[in-house]
Design a protein around this ligand. Structure first.
Ligand code: AVI
Length: 324
């Protein structure tokens, strides 16, 4: 019997769907139910996250932006002339632009992102605004070595990894250390990293940032269930789950959960998953660091911490560290 032809794109979609299903069933089969936080970011989730970044309660984005703008000259001086900037997980490449404008004769800008559409649009924008700069975009998952192979032939000279947004906080400290180590092995001695981290602080401020008064974070969190319904033939009733976010002082992290409001069953791709009343799905961790704690992590990963910039309230820090 002849099989109907399936085009490559379709196969790719099917493979992604089965990985998603496997991850969801594996996470919801655990004693403490979990879902990988990367699945929070479908198109709707990414738009909700952009709204979170503009909230008064979510101080991270504007605090980081203020630190950059107050210290950009100093940062550019610290990096020095002729540097190549590589940005893993660059997205729309908006944060890097003021740095590229301030740097003395940058050698090039090399963004990496999983989403080709966003990356290519951002590349076109940067080329229009900085026509003399070489911009080479790489599409792929920045945690995979093959994506970095294209960057192996960067002309000699200093390379600086730009990793803002406290993205490192969404990895647990052990994985964060491994990721930093992975970055360090992609670089040469004298290359550097410029990386943003949210600092340990009062739990009231932290909890407000992740449980905002406009309920945008709640919508962002619950959207993962809507995504599972839409993509994996599931029947989550979103009204039976509540958003919860709290600071865990010992683990130094904000945990985000979805709490089942009553005992019930959910069907996912033909399987039944039971929820007890009060049981939670752990959807995200956002780790907070002291400057000393993060310096230790950098050091253990092969980066020598050189300096950091912070805001007056010491809410957020941007670290500069060099490959030892
Ligand atoms: C992307 N990341 C740094 C955000 C954070 O603060 O951990 C994700 C986020 N989750 C809820 N609000 C924001």
């Amino acid at each position: 019997m002849a099989l109907s032809p399936v085009c490559g794109e379709q196969l790719d979609e099917q493979r992604k769907e089965s990985v998603f299903l496997r991850d969801v069933l594996e996470g919801l089969g655990k004693q403490q139910k979990t879902l990988p936080c990367k699945y929070l970011y479908d198109e709707i989730g990414s738009r909700l996250f952009e709204r979170i970044c503009e909230l008064d309660d979510y101080y991270l984005t504007r605090t980081e932006a203020a630190i950059f703008s107050d210290n950009m000259v100093d940062m550019a001086r610290q990096i020095g002339p002729g540097a190549a900037i590589v940005e893993p997980g660059a997205g729309n490449c908006e944060k890097v632009q003021p740095l590229l404008e301030q740097l003395d004769s940058p050698r090039g800008y090399y963004p990496i992102d999983i989403s080709p559409e966003i990356l290519l649009a951002a590349r076109a924008r940067i080329i229009a605004q900085l026509p003399d700069l070489e911009v080479q975009a790489s599409v792929g998952d920045f945690t995979r070595p093959e994506v970095w192979r294209e960057l192996d032939d960067l002309a000699a000279g200093k390379t600086v990894l730009f990793f803002p947004g406290s993205t490192i906080g969404n990895f647990d400290p052990c994985q964060a250390g491994e990721l930093l180590q992975f970055f360090a092995t992609r670089l040469r001695s004298g290359d550097a990293i410029l990386i943003g981290t949210d600092l340990v602080k009062d739990s009231v401020v932290l909890e407000r940032a992740y449980c905002d008064s406009e309920h945008v974070t709640a919508a962002f969190n619950k959207n993962i269930l809507a995504r599972i319904n839409g993509e994996l033939d599931a029947d989550f009733d979103l009204s039976l789950f509540a958003h919860r976010a709290f600071y865990h002082p010992l683990r130094q992290r904000v945990e985000m959960h979805l709490v089942s409001l009553k005992e019930h069953c959910v069907r996912i791709a033909g399987r039944q998953v039971r929820f007890a009343e009060g049981e939670t799905i752990h959807t995200e961790n956002s780790h907070k660091y002291s400057v000393t704690g993060f310096n230790r992590l950098l050091d253990e990963a092969g980066f020598a911490p050189i300096r950091h910039w912070s805001d007056l309230q010491q809410r957020y820090a941007i670290h500069y560290a060099q490959v030892a």
